[in-house]
Design a protein around this ligand. Sequence first.
Ligand code: ADE
Ligand code: ZN
Length: 325
Amino acid sequence: EVTPEFTQNLPKAELHVHIEGTLEPELKLKLAKRNHVDIGQESIEDVRATYQYDDLASFLAVYYPAMNVLQHEQDFYDLAMDYLQRAAKNNVRHVEIFFDPQAHTSRGIAFETVINGLYRATVDARALNVDAQLIMCFLRDFSRDSARETLEEALNYKDKFIGVGLDSDEHNNPPMKFFHQFAKASAEGLHLTAHADIDQKDSIEHIRELLEVIGVERVDHGTNIVEDPDLVEFAAKNKIGFTSCPLSNSFVSPFMKGDEILELLSKDVLVSIHSDDPAYFGGYIGDNYYAFADKYNLTKEQVVTLAKNSFEASWISREQKDLYL
Ligand code: ADE
Ligand code: ZN
């Protein structure tokens, strides 16, 4: 029987966690005080009372304003270190962490402040036995020019992150808007992934663009690919990873997209379980595994397959994967 202890202790790779989505109410209040930022909330209950959302847009409307408490390099360090301690408790052995520089540069925080704070935490995480890397995401509801400027600046710190991703509001913001930036990032040796959010119209066309034109190695969410058997076959053959997040899925679907995850598993697609924005959606990676396993009565073998898939879909070397598997 799969227990919460089993899912927590299983060695895992976390491939879909937004560092800004790990901002717990406690740290938010502490940083607001430290930086003298008036957030209009004074208690944990006040903060939690703002957590009202039932789709991507209403979530993002709560998510971005919360970031105002992040001002200095040390704040980004503290945010990431808090997360990495939780990751260690969840037996996350390897993590590829998303960050959204434009959510900070657009409010006057230097790129350097953001990446240096986050990166320093990933270095210190080695002492926790967590191998941590960073993935820089473009905000898809920002302009192409903003993405180009962000990538140009980021390339000055190329040794501090391993790939690029794409997140934020997908509505009317197809992947092809960022074709050139993905091509440039790939030419620079960076890995590629992108969100294809399951509740978005045109999502299947967005997945097609990602796989057939842009050439991403993973799709974040995207389990609705099951609608298109040809694309599923392509994904299985090319070992494309799908990073699904049951607890955030449950905000858009009562069944946390479990049917889609199981169908992909049965077709040998590299689907795996992650946590998205754990401070906002009710749990870290062990909780996400357990919620899914419990609702669908998964066997231990199925849960272990999901964890193996997380290492397979990660961007560590073959030798390192074999050590974990
Ligand atoms: N930013 C943080 N979490 C996100 C998600 N699940 N989808 C799109 N953008 C995000
Ligand atoms: Zn996400």
